[in-house]
Ligand binder design. Structure first.
Ligand code: 6GU
Length: 252
């Protein structure tokens, strides 16, 4: 998968290239391209922003350098054309639809994702209109720019691309996929600061271990995210007899 990022702060993305995602790039599974929007400014001072028409505080990113960068990438103008070639064009913005795991799974199917990071007060609206950009937020709070949000998106999408995670399958096993929060886990040593690893995990009875983890996940989800538990119970009814017993114990 190719990921292109248009930003005024390309140096921030060393956080991406210096991690597991960087290793995936070396292996040829992912390909990153960071484009400095300022390089496409036609202004002699490389200006990429200006004051807003109508007044108000802060600067807005200019349309022209962004158009230049997208044209340089050979970007298709319409959403329909991009869909045809499995490309996405996203604008990171607190105004967008909030990212969730389902959306991330859909994005992981793309061949190419291009992400525009806004800064200051955002971008000229004509950028979003002309290129039919999809706006994506990462939550109901405000960041100084789209870069950190873009990295969140890139990381969560990239880990679903086959071969990116060191152990195949570890992305799919995790609990958000089953709709519950993750059960507690332990590694060596068996005793640490007077705290023991739960006995059941040392035994090797896989069914018992599974049911213990299921119960822990249910209890944790009930306490922290009752909304997730409710959805989980609504979406699944194919429980085994043993699972049903655990469920009854936790829900009563
Ligand atoms: Cl995508 N951008 C900014 N600036 N703030 C945000 C955001 C994005 N998502 C949540 N807050």
């Amino acid at each position: 998968m190719k990921m292109h990022v248009l930003t005024l702060f390309p140096e921030m993305f060393t956080a991406v290239t210096g991690s597991i995602l960087g290793r995936a790039q070396e292996k040829g599974i992912l390909e990153f391209q960071f484009i400095n929007i300022r390089d496409f400014s036609k202004d002699k001072h490389k200006k990429a922003d200006d004051y807003t028409f109508g007044g108000g505080p802060g600067l807005l990113m200019l349309a022209e350098p962004i158009f230049g960068a997208l044209s340089h990438l050979g970007m298709e103008k319409s959403k329909a054309e991009r869909e045809h070639v499995h490309k996405k064009l996203l604008y990171m913005s607190p105004r967008g639809k909030v990212l969730n795991q389902k959306k991330i799974e859909t994005l992981a199917q793309e061949e190419e994702i291009t992400i525009l990071c806004g800064h200051y007060e955002g971008v000229d609206q004509r950028v979003l209109d002309y290129w039919e950009m999809e706006e994506v937020s990462i939550g109901d709070y405000v960041l100084t720019g789209g870069e950190l949000a873009a990295m969140v998106l890139m990381d969560s999408v990239a880990r679903l691309v086959p071969g990116v995670l060191p152990r195949e399958g570890s992305a799919m096993e995790e609990s958000i996929y089953s709709g519950l929060l993750e059960y507690p886990q332990y590694t060596k040593p068996r005793e640490f600061c007077g705290m023991e690893v739960p006995e059941v995990l040392l035994g090797g009875n896989h069914k018992q271990i599974y049911l213990w983890r299921f119960e822990k996940a249910l209890r944790l989800t009930k306490a922290v995210r009752p909304d997730l538990l409710e959805a989980f119970l609504r979406n699944r009814e194919d429980f085994t007899k043993d699972e049903r017993k655990v469920l009854e114990k936790v829900l009563k």
